[in-house]
Design a protein around this ligand. Structure first.
Ligand code: PHE
Length: 381
């Protein structure tokens, strides 16, 4: 019934557009998703894609947007920034995507952002948290948005949690130096932790793809920290956790949203029990908005949605909402509507886009027990 209601609009749209060859139905509005569907961060791309497709299918069941159905095309960047740039270019030039969704990883969103601006096509990152994704120096990138908080806040969240809840005063850092997100988050955490009276006793580094972290961990062990902050992605974090235990270190690890993956627990095999990380949402939150999403996702995919799935869902829904409010389906009109987003009830919180194109909203802290993450607390901006 709902789809039928959309048809007369579509006929009108076609009638007013004589240049177009009459297609069978109204032309879909295309979302181009760039994600790491393979590689070391494959669960990031996979979960995000599932969240996006759920949101888009729900909207299509309601009749689409402006009488047109929505479609999604996903290109795999294999977790590489240069491939993310190639994928974004292809989606804009060959597929004429109306909106770009992605990336998750800040380094890859940074590679896409100038392309979106140049082509004047809005890009919505579900979960890239580095400030530079939406801001080039002092200038807000006109077409780039995100539906998540940023790392100065995320770093503060864990610094406060370390001081107030874990009651630790000496922390070591182990950062991925090839990852914009990891480097930024390590710095923001350190600054806040020191401001709150803590000391950083060691600051070591690694690179994604490394397998052996024992040299760095041995150096850290000698400084006797009470906890280790590891703002990296799940594959390396899980290996690092196991190797701390192999070296006889019992300290908890702390981290950020980059830990969020079912693979973290598979690889860590219990080594992260007692550790904690900041994230975008908890599936354990009893709020009906979250539980409805969890149920719909589980019914469709047979798994519990992680924070990336939730953020992907919200990114698509924010884009849909903006297209609905925009006076026309064009890059500049959708851009203006995105910038005006206020009080949108998402799964990851209420989303209001600020002047820097970021979403201002709370973060949750998840604590790992019995090799699974559980809701610990919510920290407001
Ligand atoms: N926030 C991370 C980044 O900016 C990406 C990420 C988000 C990873 C959510 C996992 C979960 O690089």
């Amino acid at each position: 019934m709902r789809i039928a209601r959309a048809l007369p609009l579509a006929v009108l749209a076609l009638a007013g557009c004589p240049k177009q060859e009459a297609p069978a139905g109204p032309q879909p509005i295309l979302f181009g998703h760039v994600g790491s569907m393979t590689g070391n961060e494959a669960t990031f791309g996979d979960s995000t894609d599932k969240g996006i497709r759920l949101a888009v299918d729900e909207q299509n069941k309601r009749g689409g947007v402006k009488g047109r159905p929505l479609a999604v095309k996903t290109l795999d960047d294999q977790g590489k920034p240069e491939e993310a740039a190639v994928a974004a270019t292809r989606l804009l030039t060959e597929d004429k995507a109306t909106v770009l969704l992605g990336e998750v990883a800040s380094s890859r969103s940074l590679a896409m952002a100038p392309i979106a601006d140049l082509d004047k096509v809005p890009m919505v990152s579900p979960s890239s948290t580095n400030p530079r994704v939406t801001k080039d120096g002092a200038v807000t990138r006109p077409y780039v948005f995100r539906v998540c908080f940023i790392d100065p806040f995320q770093g503060t969240v864990m610094a406060k949690y370390a001081r107030d809840t874990m009651k630790v005063s000496k922390v070591a850092i182990l950062r991925d130096v090839g990852n914009d997100y990891s480097v930024g988050l390590a710095d923001y955490f350190a600054a806040k932790f020191k401001e709150l009276g803590g000391t950083i006793v060691a600051d070591q580094s690694y690179k994604a793809g490394d397998q052996d972290f024992k040299a760095q961990l041995t150096a850290i062990k000698g400084k006797h920290p009470e906890a280790i902050y590891v703002p990296g992605y799940y594959t390396e974090v899980a290996l690092i956790a196991r190797q701390t235990r192999e070296l006889g270190m019992q300290q908890p690890l702390m981290g950020g949203d980059g830990w969020d993956s079912s693979k973290l627990y598979e690889i860590a095999k219990g080594a992260l029990d007692g550790s904690a990380f900041s994230n975008h949402y908890s599936h354990e939150n009893p709020s009906p908005v979250i539980q409805d999403f969890v149920k719909a996702y589980q019914a469709r995919y047979g798994s519990v949605p992680d924070g990336l799935a939730a953020a992907g869902y919200d990114a698509a829904r924010i884009a849909i909402d903006a297209i609905q409010r925009a006076p026309e389906v064009s890059g500049p009109a959708i851009r203006d509507a995105l910038a005006a987003t206020k009080g949108f009830q998402g799964v990851t919180g209420v989303i209001t886009i600020d002047a820097d194109h970021n979403a201002v909203k709370p973060a949750v802290v998840l604590k790992i027990q019995d090799n699974a993450a559980h809701y610990a607390t919510t920290i407001n901006p």
